[in-house]
Design a protein around this ligand. Structure first.
Ligand SMILES: Cc1cc2nc3c(=O)[nH]c(=O)nc-3n(C[C@H](O)[C@H](O)[C@H](O)COP(=O)(O)OP(=O)(O)OC[C@H]3O[C@@H](n4cnc5c(N)ncnc54)[C@H](O)[C@@H]3O)c2cc1C
Length: 254
């Protein structure tokens, strides 16, 4: 017997498209992290939620003949509709990141598809803990820039984990949000500061510092972005501090 079935397709899927863009700016944030601004073709705009990602398509280079696509979180705010920025960390021998770091030039044409993903800010009044490492800063930057446009009174604390001082970037920009939002704190934490460096900030792992930042765990959301190891360790620590698992959102870069 045949019967009709109803299939629900999330509206966001209809937003996914292939875009053509031109490299408009390349910034060396650290020795292995670049910020790249892509300007969309004339008349094009991309509609996404802060936190989502695109799949960047590579072009053949050197001995690499195949084209690959890799996921990169959008680091610019959704309000910037005719361009978007990605923050890309170099992975030794990585196909896409070698292309980006060693071959991509200003003016080059690229293609990407998107937007994808369900890592986006929930529209609630809950307090927020952000935790990022390395290029995991990308989607959090987009979220904060977006909230700065729309206004936000939520209590927010942003922990950024890095090894040494030379792994820190956009520190002034993130700290400046303390003057934009009524209750925001940016907390960079170094796990292995070089001996003799003049670091006076927090050291070790980020997890021991959560306790002081959480005032009402049941009314706190967490947004995490970085390596799978970091996501696992941070999720465990947040749950030990009473934050419900279903309020911990993450994008794992593994
Ligand atoms: C949802 C999502 C969002 C992402 N957003 C970002 C982003 O904003 N910025 C960013 O820099 N990356 C991001 N990534 C990671 C990115 O998609 C690629 O995996 C990464 O850039 C490596 O690609 P590649 O082609 O250079 O390396 P590949 O050729 O795929 O891999 C080469 C080798 O490196 C290993 N490897 C792959 N990734 C890593 C890694 N991250 N660290 C160490 N070793 C690795 C592989 O296991 C392999 O052995 C994201 C991943 C996901 C799933």
């Amino acid at each position: 017997m045949k019967s009709e079935i109803n299939i629900e397709i999330p509206a966001s899927i209809f937003n996914i498209r292939r875009f053509e863009a031109t490299v408009a700016e390349i910034i060396d944030y650290t020795y292995d992290i670049k910020g790249i601004l892509f300007k969309l073709a004339d008349g094009e705009s991309i509609d996404f939620m802060a936190g989502q990602y695109v799949q960047l398509e590579t072009s053949p280079y050197d001995k690499v003949k195949q084209k690959v696509s890799r996921a990169y979180s959008i680091s610019s705010k959704p309000e910037l509709q005719n361009a978007l920025q990605l923050i890309i960390r170099y992975v030794p021998e990585g196909i896409c990141t070698t292309w980006v770091h060693q071959h991509l030039k200003l003016g080059d044409k690229v293609f990407f598809t998107g937007p994808y993903g369900d890592f986006f800010l929930r529209d609630t009044e809950a307090d927020i803990i952000y935790v990022a490492g390395g290029s995991g800063k990308a989607p959090i930057k987009s979220m904060l820039e977006h909230l700065a446009e729309s206004g936000c009174r939520r209590k927010m604390t942003y922990f950024f984990g890095a090894r040494t001082k030379k792994d820190l970037y956009l520190t002034d920009e993130m700290t400046a949000f303390e003057n934009v939002f009524p209750d925001f704190k940016y907390v960079p934490v170094l796990s292995a500061p070089e001996p003799g460096c003049d670091w006076t900030g927090k050291t070790g792992f980020v997890m021991p510092y959560f306790k002081d930042a959480i005032r009402d765990p049941k009314n706190t959301e967490a947004y995490l972005c970085g390596s799978p190891g970091m996501i696992n360790a941070v999720t465990k620590a947040l749950m030990e501090n009473g934050i419900p698992k279903e309020k911990i959102y993450y994008d794992s870069f593994g």
